[in-house]
Design a binder for this molecule. Structure first.
Ligand code: TF8
Length: 339
């Protein structure tokens, strides 16, 4: 009894010394845990930097007991392969796209809906509020624990053929899209020849001209070196993509409450770190891409209006896939975020 008290006190004192919250201070009961954390982008990317930060935070908060090893560059597999490894319990954690989760829970597709948010801050409110949380919670039935959302960002188009100044410039452009039926419908409706493909195959596909283009935030265009194989960057900002930090449910269930609290705290801290980094890096990425020879263009408002019109029709068809309740909840959350 006394010994336990002492242990708790020591842990508390240690917690204070490290300046960490009450979570770790009370956590005398932490086991040594090995956690493999996979991600798809290069180590030198905002995903890599935030993964490293998470590794460090988990170590600090657990007094060195949580040993997280980060694996970048899809070395543990593509997003879909990692999701399945988490469900099967063969891997503990990952960060990746929400889009590829639609095969596991269709409702995750809400974040892919085009032209949803006016700003990243508005997206933060919806993602971090009760609506975003509900979508994370839904995953538990499928063997996944959604911890937090990071920022992937507003997506823009690149290609090697021509600048997309008008919607009709997309005609016949062979465009890689994420493995999600909404993206296929969206870009087909705008005239592109959309091809679904995993991100891990994308650079080579662009390099060998198996596809002409792709769409992703400017930070990814920089960190994945797409500027080496793509001439034109057109600022369409058609979708705001979050990333989702996931833990295998079978691993989560082994943790006690103190351990779960530490994981949650480290995940939230990594989210704040990552979003700040993402927003700072976006500005720098634009300048970098220009310097490295990309031709960057804005899209005229009347052409964006045409894209929005196509998007609205696709959103309409998505109602039956996502469920009307899910869409109503989304619209209510966005309306609240605008206030
Ligand atoms: C995509 C996504 C990717 C992310 C990343 C691999 O285009 O935007 O950048 O899923 O985690 O596939």
């Amino acid at each position: 009894m006394k010994k336990t008290m002492l242990k708790t006190l020591t842990a508390a004192a240690l917690g204070l010394a490290l300046g960490v919250s009450a979570v770790s201070a009370s956590a005398a009961d932490i086991s040594t845990r090995l956690i493999r954390f996979g991600y798809g982008l290069n180590q030198d990317s905002k995903q890599g930097r935030a993964a490293d930060y998470f590794v460090q935070r988990m170590s600090e908060l657990s007094g060195g007991k949580f040993k997280v090893k980060a694996f970048g560059g899809a070395s543990l597999g593509s997003d879909i392969q990692m999701q399945n490894a988490l469900i099967g319990g063969a891997q503990e954690m990952m960060v990746g796209s929400t889009s590829t989760l639609v095969g596991i829970d269709k409702r995750m597709g809400v974040w892919d809906l085009p032209f949803l948010f006016d700003s990243a801050e508005q997206a933060d409110k919806v993602l971090d509020g009760p609506y975003g949380q509900k979508l994370l919670d839904n995953l538990q039935d499928q063997g996944l624990v959604g911890l937090v959302y990071w920022e992937n960002g507003f997506r823009n188009m690149t290609n090697s053929k021509r600048p997309i100044e008008k919607m009709s410039d997309m005609d016949g452009v062979k465009l890689r899209v994420m493995q999600n039926p909404m993206y296929l419908d969206l870009f087909k409706s705008m005239g592109a020849n959309a091809v679904p493909m995993s991100f891990s195959e994308l650079f080579t596909a662009l390099e060998t001209k198996a596809v002409d283009g792709q769409e992703n935030p400017v930070t990814t265009i920089e960190s994945s070196k797409f500027y080496e194989v793509q001439k034109y960057l057109s600022l369409t900002q058609h979708v705001y993509s979050p990333w989702i930090v996931l833990m295998s449910k079978s691993f989560w269930d082994k943790l006690n409450d103190d351990e779960k609290a530490i994981v949650m705290q480290a995940a939230r801290d990594s989210r704040d770190f990552e979003r700040k980094d993402s927003r700072e890096q976006s500005v720098k990425a634009m300048a970098f891409l220009k310097e490295h020879g990309m031709e960057i263009n804005e899209v005229a408002p009347e052409e964006l209006a045409k894209m929005r019109e196509k998007a609205a029709a696709v959103i309409q068809t998505q109602a039956s896939v996502l469920g009307q309740d899910t869409l109503d909840g989304l619209n209510a959350a966005i309306a609240a975020a605008k206030q």
